[in-house]
Design a protein around this ligand. Structure first.
Ligand code: NAP
Length: 266
């Protein structure tokens, strides 16, 4: 039996175990996906221990995505993003990857949203904002990053070749945009809050909200009301898991089975 898992703290409510185990069940793979919650001071011991015990792969989440870079051989994308969310133990040394970026790209592709040449606005410049901005920039979108703390937007914008903005510029930016992503925590567990004024939205937009609790955020409701294409945060979560599964197993992921398992728990 192969063992996969998630390292983070806390990880008690993670949706990754049911999502990955649905894939193992669907394909008849003899594997389990479990959660690990080490203390911050034990991360190196946790990675070494997982390797010694024959763990096949680990996802990595808050607060370890940056620190784990020093413990594995980081690929080019994860190095550029500055965060590892997937560790692969199949080679002679553990390797670190970032499937959050692919999750964003595939979430848009699944909804037939083109990115190349499109004008894209990312609201937020934390962990999710970085993954989103790299995904959009690498897909040749023209990226604008807006953040409450403008210095953080400037830093991310410099990393991806985007322009940085304050939140009060959002109405003008969104009015001219083709793609809009909320990568802030605004709207999380607070269905009546949106980071973007409703009257800035328009029907030619495709809107992804990284927030997935709730699935239908105020932003997505407002966007749907004006006829925009809406993509909820579970699609991004799904496709980062799909990409990790495919890296670890070398097999096409059963996307529908994983999606059903994920949405059953949201
Ligand atoms: P983070 O690193 O803590 O970043 C939080 C971001 O939200 C920062 O840009 C912060 O701005 C902004 N923010 C917080 N409160 C705000 C407010 N009241 N008004 C305006 N901006 C505010 O968090 P994260 O890891 O990026 O997560 C952000 C969201 O994405 C969360 O809801 C998380 O669950 C979700 N997420 C989803 C996925 C997925 O797969 N769907 C993956 C990762 C994260 P400052 O820089 O000014 O503080």
């Amino acid at each position: 039996m192969d063992v996969y898992g998630l390292v983070g703290n806390p990880v008690g409510h993670s949706l990754s175990p049911p999502m990955h185990e649905a894939a193992y069940d669907h394909l008849g793979i003899d594997a389990r996906y479990v959660t690990f919650e080490p203390a911050a001071t034990d991360l190196e011991a946790a990675i070494d221990g997982a390797r010694a015990l024959g763990v096949a792969g680990l996802n990595v989440t808050v607060p370890f995505k940056e620190a784990v870079r020093d413990l594995v051989a980081v690929d080019d994308l994860a190095a550029r993003v500055g965060a590892v969310n997937t560790v692969d133990f199949s080679g002679s040394e553990p390797t670190g990857h970032n499937t959050d970026v692919e999750g964003v790209r595939r979430a848009f592709a699944h909804h037939d949203v083109p990115l190349a040449g499109e004008r894209a606005v990312v609201v937020g410049a934390g962990g999710a904002g970085r993954a989103v901005a790299f995904a959009l920039a690498d897909a040749d979108a023209r990226v604008h990053v807006a953040n409450r703390t403008v210095e953080t937007a400037e830093s991310l914008a410099a990393d991806v070749g985007a322009t940085a903005h304050a939140l009060d510029e959002l109405p003008a930016l969104v009015g001219d945009a083709d793609v809009l992503v909320n990568a802030t925590t605004v709207g999380m567990d607070a269905p009546d809050q949106s980071p973007v004024p409703a009257d800035a939205l328009h029907g030619d937009l495709a809107v992804l909200d990284a927030v997935y609790t709730p699935l239908e955020t105020r932003l997505l409701r407002d966007a749907g009301a004006v006829g925009a294409t809406t993509v909820d945060g579970a699609w991004m979560l799904l496709f980062q898991g799909v990409a990790a599964f495919e890296r670890w197993t070398g097999r096409d992921a059963p996307v529908e089975a994983m999606n059903a398992a994920l949405r059953a728990r949201l």
